[in-house]
Design a protein around this ligand. Structure first.
Ligand SMILES: [Zn+2]
Length: 359
């Protein structure tokens, strides 16, 4: 049983106001933090794809542990975000919340872990906790992981260690057995947008200046607000937007048998360059076709390609389900042929013939 829910929150799931999505996970952590006998372990592995909010969660969890209002039922939330400790962690100037990372190298090396091992036995400066956040923990060398084992086994009572990793399969079993894994889920497109705008409000102006490109990037980021923000800031955004336009055109042409010739030209035009480019474009076609298939079955299905549901529904209505499934199969087969290094042009011809475009 937990003690209380801060006044500013209606329910446990509103704890961690900065974490978007991942409701179950936040509820679980909140329950542990607010229980009569807080039962947090000494360490967690936070696993999730690039840009899904692992570091944000690590910082929010750190704040919740050191927040001066953590036992105050009248607090606006947990963490409150307003007390000195919360503010210092946010600004990165809290001496007792220590971040470790690759420092621009390919991996987190053993030296960084040895530094941690020495430092962890020095009492906290300012707080009653000392928290270590190891970024890119999946890149730790085997030597670094082995060096961390003993510390994970018996850290000082005030210490708390968070290992942030994209893939826990890269961690030694002995590390995983000493720290429970928290998995961050990819966000829905709506939540991706919300998380992006919360972490960087200046993106609002980019959204206003080119809403279509903004939507394209969000739909391409597979639920990762960090990746979406990266895409939006680089040249990559224009390439993705182009690829998506090409995929929508593919669907429009494929829906109309009289447009066979145009479809043939379109596919060979957008897929002829390097094999990797062709493969990526075919995968983008597949994602669009997948949405159209889902819409045949459920008009509220979550979409991963089309940001305009009405437009996608119209497009889906112009196909039979059978035809969409046929196209989806042909696309999958073509992608797998390219993965096997088959000739790009021959693969495309065989794909178009499979969907009846060459007769
Ligand atoms: Zn606070």
């Amino acid at each position: 049983m937990y003690n209380f829910v801060p006044k500013g929150c209606e329910a446990l799931k509103e704890i961690f106001p900065k974490i978007i999505g991942n409701t179950e996970l936040c509820e679980r952590l909140a329950r542990s933090l607010l229980s009569e006998n807080p039962d947090l372990p000494h360490a967690y592995i936070i696993e999730g794809a690039y840009g899904t909010g692992k570091r944000t969660l690590a910082l929010e969890l750190s704040k919740a542990l050191v927040c001066e209002n953590r036992t105050n039922p009248d607090a606006p939330a947990l963490p409150c975000g307003e007390c000195r400790s919360c503010r210092n962690v946010s600004k990165g100037i809290c001496p007792d919340v220590i971040e470790i990372g690759t420092d621009g190298k390919a991996s987190v090396g053993v030296e960084s872990i040895r530094d941690l091992r020495r430092d962890i036995h020095i009492y906290p400066n300012d707080l009653d906790r000392k928290i270590y956040i190891i970024n890119d923990a999946h890149t730790m060398t085997a030597q670094a992981q082995n060096a961390l084992l003993l510390t994970l086994e018996e850290p000082p009572a005030y210490a708390f260690i968070l290992l942030l990793c994209e893939n826990s399969a890269l961690l030694l079993e002995t590390i995983k057995s000493r720290a429970p894994i928290i998995r961050m889920k990819p966000l829905s497109p709506e939540d991706t947008e919300r998380a992006m705008l919360i972490s960087d409000p200046s993106l609002e102006s980019k959204k206003r200046s080119d809403p279509a490109l903004f939507d394209d990037v969000i739909m391409s980021a597979n639920g990762s607000p960090g990746l979406a923000a990266d895409l939006l800031s680089g040249k990559e955004a224009e390439r993705i937007a182009e690829m998506r336009r090409a995929s929508e055109k593919f669907c429009i042409l494929a829906a109309d048998k009289s447009k066979n010739a145009q479809l043939l030209i379109h596919v060979t035009e957008v897929c002829t360059s390097a094999r990797e480019v062709a493969k990526e474009q075919l995968e983008s076609f597949s994602l669009a076709v997948r949405d159209l298939i889902l819409l045949k079955r459920d008009s509220d299905a979550p979409l991963r390609f089309f940001s305009d549901r009405e437009r996608a529904t119209d497009l889906s209505d112009s196909f039979s389900l059978r035809r969409l499934l046929l196209i989806a199969d042909a696309l999958l087969e073509a992608v797998s042929a390219l993965e096997r290094n088959m000739n790009t042009r021959l693969t495309l011809i065989s794909m178009l013939s499979n969907i009846g475009m060459l007769n």
